[in-house]
Structures are given as structure tokens and as C-alpha cells.
Design a protein around this ligand. Structure first.
Ligand SMILES: [Zn+2]
Length: 85
């Protein structure tokens, strides 16, 4: 049932990130230093879960969710931050 044209579509994580960004799930935390900027992203499925996305001044971005930690991919939380800033 795989349709090759589906590959051309947007990354589902990017879609989820767009949802999170447009529904106010992303909150910017005032920085203590200028070395990094921290964002809190509230989970789409469980409002009690909040992920931390850290954007370092050297361009590195990390998230503390399992998707990022296990797979090292750009997760939906990082996308959400990217769509917010
Ligand atoms: Zn994440």
C-alpha cells in the first residue's frame, strides 16, 4: 500500500511540529545566559508532559524526548520551536 508519492510529502514530525507551534504549545524560557535558548514544548497527547528544547548559540539543537534521544532525528518538538521562531 506504499505510495511513492507520499515520500514527497511533509515529514509527519514537521506536521506535528506545525500543529504544536500553531496551538500555543511552545513557550520561550527567558535565558540565563546568551549561550543557549531554552524552549518548553507541551506534549500534544498529554498536557502534563513538557519537553525541553535547547538551542545553542553554535546552532546545535537538542530535545529531551525519546524520539530525539533514541533516534537522533529532528523531532516534532524541534520542528515546533523552528516554526515558532
Ligand atoms: Zn522532542
Amino acid at each position: 500500500m506504499e505510495n511513492p508519492e507520499q515520500e514527497q510529502k511533509m515529514d509527519p514530525r514537521a506536521n506535528s511540529g506545525l500543529y504544536l507551534a500553531s496551538h500555543g504549545h511552545v513557550r520561550k524560557i527567558e535565558p540565563r545566559t546568551t549561550a543557549a535558548q531554552l524552549y518548553k514544548v507541551r506534549s500534544q497527547s498529554n498536557k502534563d508532559i513538557v519537553y525541553s528544547v535547547l538551542c545553542k548559540s553554535n546552532g546545535e539543537i537538542s530535545c529531551d524526548c525519546e524520539d530525539f534521544k533514541r533516534r537522533g532525528v529532528t523531532c516534532k518538538h524541534i520542528y515546533a520551536v523552528a516554526f515558532t521562531i
